[in-house]
Design a protein around this ligand. Structure first.
Ligand SMILES: Cc1cc2nc3c(=O)[nH]c(=O)nc-3n(C[C@H](O)[C@H](O)[C@H](O)COP(=O)(O)OP(=O)(O)OC[C@H]3O[C@@H](n4cnc5c(N)ncnc54)[C@H](O)[C@@H]3O)c2cc1C
Length: 251
């Protein structure tokens, strides 16, 4: 997708974000919400770049998925602590309300879900995420919740274990009309020179209620190996490129 000039300009500009609220998601993860005056509207699925600068001038930058659909002047991210992680340890453990950092975005429109566009196609949403890959998928689900004619949605979420599962309150909320399949254990385990497939192809099975509907559209996000594995499996299931959206988080 080619970005218009005003979007490119917004992406290049660093804004100051002030931390205004936090919400614990697991022992090692929390959602941080920043007030960012002048933030350009974003779609669920897009990312933001965060920059931390130490008093001596050293700075570190990292990408995070936007955890909430657009609200004026608000940016929310959900960060999971990585052992010895430079930026995640600051965001999860150190940063306090009123502290500031720099944010830039919204970035990566290629993975976004536009409710207006998808309302006309009526494609059910097949959301497949591992680890913090669930963050942009949750943002898509929240945007879907704001629509009057909610599309059918299935979330398959691979978490390391129950303790590291994110968004428990949202996903377990009574009355939710999203089918959630939780899977524990690392979905793809690396061995030198190869990977061992741990994903059961049946995990990708569309619910019976989707029979006779428009072809589903898939959003896959998480570690690179997970995304590669799932995209190959979707191809096997007959998903063409136009129905598969991929977001790689690295390692
Ligand atoms: C498009 C995109 C979206 C992302 N969205 C999120 C998000 O919503 N929430 C979130 O918590 N993170 C997200 N990340 C990961 C995030 O950008 C950082 O990589 C992460 O927070 C680690 O940064 P750090 O400075 O704490 O770790 P570092 O100090 O950079 O690394 C610490 C240790 O962890 C290893 N490591 C680095 N990155 C990863 C990784 N991605 N997975 C496993 N091990 C790693 C390093 O090799 C090193 O050993 C996203 C990454 C990308 C590319």
């Amino acid at each position: 997708m080619t970005e218009p000039a005003h979007v490119k300009a917004a992406q290049a500009t660093w804004h100051t974000g002030i931390l205004i609220s936090t919400r614990r998601q697991s022992r090692h993860a929390r959602t941080l919400t920043f007030r960012v005056p002048g933030w350009t509207p974003h779609l669920p699925g897009q990312n933001v770049e965060i920059r931390l600068t130490a008093p001596g001038g050293y700075s570190a930058r990292r990408l995070y998925a936007l955890a909430e659909p657009y609200s004026p002047d608000r940016v929310a991210i959900t960060v999971d602590l990585l052992p010895h992680g430079e930026v995640s340890s600051y965001l999860v453990h150190t940063m306090r309300l009123g502290d500031e950092l720099d944010v830039r975005g919204p970035l990566d429109a290629g993975f976004s879900w536009d409710p207006e566009h998808h309302r006309s196609t009526r494609r059910p949403l097949l959301l497949l995420g591992a680890g913090t890959g669930v963050v942009p998928l949750m943002s898509i689900l929240r945007a879907r919740d704001r629509t009057s004619d909610r599309l059918q949605a299935l979330l398959v979420y691979w978490a390391r274990d129950a303790a590291s599962r994110l968004y428990r309150t949202d996903l377990d909320a009574p009355g939710t009309d999203v089918e959630v399949r939780m899977r524990y254990d690392s979905p793809v385990r690396a061995t030198p020179g190869s990977t061992v497939r741990l994903i059961d192809p049946d995990d990708l099975r569309e619910p019976a209620a989707w029979q006779g509907r428009a072809d589903p559209i898939a959003y896959v996000s998480g570690p690179d190996r997970f995304v590669d594995e799932i995209s190959a499996m979707l191809l096997d299931r007959g998903y063409g490129d136009e129905r598969v959206n991929l977001q790689r988080f690295g390692l």
